[in-house]
Design a protein around this ligand. Structure first.
Ligand SMILES: Nc1ncnc2c1ncn2[C@@H]1O[C@H](COP(=O)(O)OP(=O)(O)OP(=O)(O)O)[C@@H](O)[C@H]1O
Length: 220
C-alpha cells in the first residue's frame, strides 16, 4: 500500500516579509515531486519547515493522515538533504554511512568509486564528491520520504546521471521531493511538478507556466 506525505496551511514570514502562504503539497511513495522556483522564492524554507528544521507560524504535516507533532525530525520518517551540507565536519564518510544504516556492501554495489573516500572527513573531499555522497546517504536511508535540496549542485554530469538512476530506483519504495536549478533533470524525473512564486505553490501542467511564473525564458 502506498504511503502519503502531505502538508498544508504552511505560513512563514520574516519580519513583515511573507515567504510562504497557504502551501499545499502531496507526495506518495512511488513518486518524485519536483519543486522549482526563482532564487529566494522560499524553496529551502519550505523544505526545512516540512522536515521540521525551521519553525513556521503555521503548518500541518501528515504521513498517511497522521499529523507529525513535536520534534519529529529525529524520527527518521523523512530524510532531508539540506542545501548547506549534511555530514558534520568531525566524522568520516564511513561513520556517516554507519549513521544512515548503509552497509559497505551496499556502497560497493551502488557507488563503488566512493569507497576510496571512506576514511576522509568532509573537508578532505571535493565539493562534487561530497554532494554525491550526501545525496546517496539521504536517498538510501530507511525513511519512506526523502527531501532533496539541490542534490545536483556541483556534481559532474556522469554522476548526475548516476544519481538520477538511484532516484528512480529508490522511488519504487519511497516518495521523493526534489528541488534543483538543473530544472531539465528535475522535469525529466518528476511525476508531478510545482513552482513556488510570490509565496504561493502552483502545480505545473505545461512548460508555458514556467515562463509565465518567471522561472525560465520563453526561448528555453
Ligand atoms: N533565517 C532567515 N531569516 C531571514 N530571512 C530568511 C531566513 N532564511 C531565509 N530567509 C529569506 O527567505 C527567502 C527565501 O529563502 P530560501 O533560501 O528559502 O530561497 P530558495 O528558493 O531556496 O532560493 P535559492 O534558489 O536561491 O536557493 C529569501 O529571501 C531569504 O533571504
Amino acid at each position: 500500500m502506498p504511503h502519503t506525505l502531505e502538508f498544508d496551511s504552511i505560513e512563514l514570514s520574516f519580519d513583515t516579509r511573507n515567504i510562504l502562504s497557504s502551501i499545499y503539497m502531496r507526495c506518495q511513495t512511488g513518486e518524485v515531486v519536483g519543486l522549482l522556483g526563482r532564487n529566494g522564492s522560499g524553496k529551502s524554507c519550505m523544505m526545512k519547515v516540512v522536515f521540521g528544521a525551521m519553525n513556521a507560524e503555521h503548518k500541518s504535516v501528515r504521513i498517511d493522515g497522521v499529523s507529525l507533532q513535536g520534534n519529529y525530525a529525529g524520527k527518521r520518517l523523512i530524510s532531508y538533504l539540506p542545501q548547506e551540507g549534511l555530514i558534520p565536519s568531525y566524522i568520516t564518510i564511513k561513520k556517516a554511512f554507519e549513521f544512515f544504516n548503509i552497509t559497505i556492501k551496499q556502497v560497493e554495489k551502488d557507488l563503488p568509486e566512493v569507497l576510496q573516500f571512506l576514511h576522509y572527513k568532509p573537508r578532505e573531499l571535493s565539493g562534487g564528491y561530497l554532494r554525491l555522497i550526501e545525496a546517496f546517504l539521504v536517498l538510501k536511508s530507511n525513511a519512506p520520504f526523502c527531501i532533496l535540496d539541490e542534490p545536483f549542485s556541483g556534481i559532474m554530469p556522469l554522476h548526475v546521471e548516476r544519481l538520477i538512476e538511484i532516484i528512480n530506483e529508490e522511488k519504487k519504495t519511497k516518495g521523493i521531493i526534489i528541488t534543483d536549478h538543473l530544472y531539465r533533470h528535475v522535469t525529466s524525473i518528476a511525476d508531478a511538478l510545482y513552482v513556488l512564486s510570490n509565496g504561493k505553490l502552483y502545480k505545473i501542467k505545461d512548460k508555458e507556466q514556467l515562463v509565465t511564473l518567471g522561472y525560465i525564458s520563453a526561448y528555453e
